[in-house]
Design a protein around this ligand. Structure first.
Ligand code: ASP
Ligand code: MG
Length: 412
């Protein structure tokens, strides 16, 4: 288990974009890896693109056209991580540590063909094992794989986490460490809520809610994968030696805390269809079209019918900001079949969530949340709840103060 490392362990370490953000940082990673190897461990090191590189490549592509080919986006974006693996291997060579870099494809990571958000189907770590057995540190490019017919794919933003977790499962690593620029998982983003504190441990489900709700700690698909395959991992800083946060299966003692964390997701956008005919089959039609375009819809709210004559309603849903243009195109394409009145897109929204497995045993948590927001004059736009979370969509300008107030009320 992470925390106490067994002797001669097989360790997967993942270093995110800021941890490899410049050459000094890459040398720092190499020094850490070299130290760990000197203790007798075998290491697989997964790296992200240097911070800003992926965003820069996306920007270049969009200067050519707003909706570039997704196949070509993958070819482009995969180059970011490819730079880092080579530089990291070189930094290890400079310390006389044998190291070999592998692209996702070379590491045997096979995916489906859904470009820009491919799923890992299978990993064949034969080459990787051979390189480890020969005494090398193996550096693997995160965020990428290939289809069975050799197309380069990427795993969705933040996908290097998934590479690390999936590799840890595939090679049955003893320890999986996710290195980032924060000391672990906090009760809230400390940049927004100064009172936030580091958690020693968190369950997969809580982490999943926090990750998918904008805590920005890890890619949510990677946490789902860890849960499914029981990969215990530790989130910790690459800039110090503080212990991080262990992420693992829920235990009874975790339920003593009602709200483990408060998260803010600024990455959602809202689409509203005004004047949609209120009759059977319409929602199915709309959301099937979005699903066919591989757009993930998060929250959905439908108003009560209004008007005399044929009833119509307003339907709102949220999607990731990156999918907004695509979603608008899909919806506009339905105009002739559904004949709604208009589509409105809103980007200035924030989704705030409170999360905790302890909510299962407590009532009145949502009511208290709404009270805190009401007291601060924050209007709630959309609401959704699950067993272990309550989320609200609010005006982006009010989101950060609202988050602080909620943290103070529930966590302190
Ligand atoms: N470089 C990719 C991104 O920025 C993947 C990652 O960092 O995990 O999304
Ligand atoms: Mg990243």
């Amino acid at each position: 288990m992470a925390g106490q490392i067994p002797t001669m362990a097989l360790i997967v370490q993942k270093y995110g974009g800021t941890s490899v953000g410049n050459l000094d940082r890459i040398k720092n990673v190499a020094a850490r890896v070299a130290r760990c190897r000197a203790e007798g461990h075998q290491l697989v090191v997964v790296v992200s693109a240097m911070s800003g590189v992926t965003d820069g490549l996306i920007k270049l592509a969009k200067e050519i056209m707003p909706l570039p080919s997704e196949r070509e986006m993958d070819v482009l974006l995969a180059t970011g991580e490819q730079q880092t693996i080579a530089l990291t291997a070189m930094a290890l060579h400079a310390l006389d540590v044998p190291a070999v870099s592998l692209t996702g494809a070379q590491a045997g990571i096979l995916t489906d063909g859904v470009h820009t958000k491919a799923k890992i189907d299978n990993i064949t770590p034969k080459k990787l094992h051979a390189l480890l057995d020969a005494g090398n540190v193996v550096i693997v490019a995160g965020f990428q794989g290939e289809t069975p017919d050799g197309q380069i794919t990427t795993l969705g933003r933040g996908g290097s986490d998934l590479t690390a977790i999936a590799l840890a499962a595939a090679i049955k690593a003893d320890v999986c460490q996710i290195y980032t620029d924060v000391d672990g998982v906090y009760t809230a983003d400390p940049r927004i809520v100064p009172a936030a504190r580091k958690l020693e441990v968190i369950s997969y489900d809580e982490m999943l809610e926090l990750a998918s709700l904008g805590a920005k700690v890890m890619q949510s698909r990677s946490v789902e994968f860890a849960k499914k395959f029981g990969v215990v991992f530790e989130v910790r800083s690459s800039l110090n030696d503080h212990p991080g946060t262990i992420v693992k299966e829920e235990s009874k003692s975790m339920e003593a805390v009602v709200v483990r964390g408060v998260a803010l997701d600024k990455n959602q956008a809202k689409v509203t269809l005004v004047g949609v005919p209120d009759k059977p089959g319409i929602a199915a039609h709309i959301f099937k079209a979005l699903a066919d375009a591989t757009i993930n819809v998060d929250m959905i709210v439908q108003n009560v019918s209004h008007g005399t004559g044929a009833p119509t309603t307003d339907l709102s849903f949220t999607v990731e900001k990156a999918d907004l243009l695509k979603a608008q195109k899909v919806i506009e394409g339905l105009q002739s079949t559904i004949s709604f009145r208009e589509v409105i897109a809103a980007e200035k929204i924030g989704k705030i969530s409170i999360v905790g497995v302890g909510m299962r045993g407590h009532s009145g948590v949502a009511a208290k949340m709404f009270e805190v927001l009401a007291r601060d004059g924050v209007n709630i736009d959309m609401i959704s709840t699950s067993e272990i979370k309550v989320s609200v969509v609010v005006d982006l300008a009010k989101a950060e103060p609202a988050m602080k107030a909620l943290h103070a009320a529930f966590i302190g």
